[in-house]
Design a protein. Sequence first.
Length: 314
Amino acid sequence: MSRTLVTATLGMRRSRFDSAVGSCGVSPSRISAAARPWSFRISQQLANRRSKVGPMFHRLVILSIFVFLLGDALDSHARATPQQAECNYSFSSGSGNARLRYCVSDRGTIPFAEDSTLHETLWGAEGYGICNESPVASYWDWDEDVSTNWNAPTLLKLTVNTVKIARTTSDGIWTLTQTITHERATQDIKIAMALTNNTSVARVAYLVRYADLDTQSELNNFSATTNSAIGWDQSTPFGPNDQYGLELRNTGPTQFGYVQGFARTTNFPPNPCNFAGDSAGGVVLHIDGSLALAYVDTIGANKTKTATMIYKGL
């Protein structure tokens, strides 16, 4: 699928941002080049889950709302390099309608997954992103669109059902350790994303998983719930029996205070610091859209929090 950057649009966003910052008496050059954190609603949901909130968390929330009001700083592609992921580790099992076949890159993305019924690829791109809320910095790997602020990945484990890969940001702040497992009993793809804060201070992090879904065609229907995002083609009674879908869903208890699925109205990947951008408020029909699942919370100094999700056929 095309990932062509629209230079004119980016220029307009940057111009609006510079104007907003200037009106606040702040030099645009002093603001980090990342889109606004989507933090106002997040802070409310996190507050509902916490009985005690420390002073540091309050300061981070205030900073997030300030950045939110400044508007979009840059498109998420601004510091990206085209770098198509390769199939380094392949997994398959079953046959017919019970078959699952996919591969994992050495960077922890899933470049290819095949529909068990129609034997067609399920997405155009798939990957993950991280946002460090303060100071604002984003890191992402959307398969063919990769930010330049990662160190080389490390393979930690490889078995017939599982691959485990670790990757640290080039500033040393975060290490993302992913365990991707072929769930043979249910024919699901399970992904455990363990995010470690390598610094001596607590930090607020956003963790995002994304898939540019293409079930049978590029035009699909999309919806979302609190813990999942869904894409599908509707079937017609007594019509062709070839309409299916895919769900990206949180599974098991989560260590993150905020979890939310997003039905996205574009196939372009999100900026991890503005993961709710281009998302629909309800069901959207017959569009070239995408799925996203986002997690947010404070991660303590030298601590780790894990989010676990599955890709499940419908």
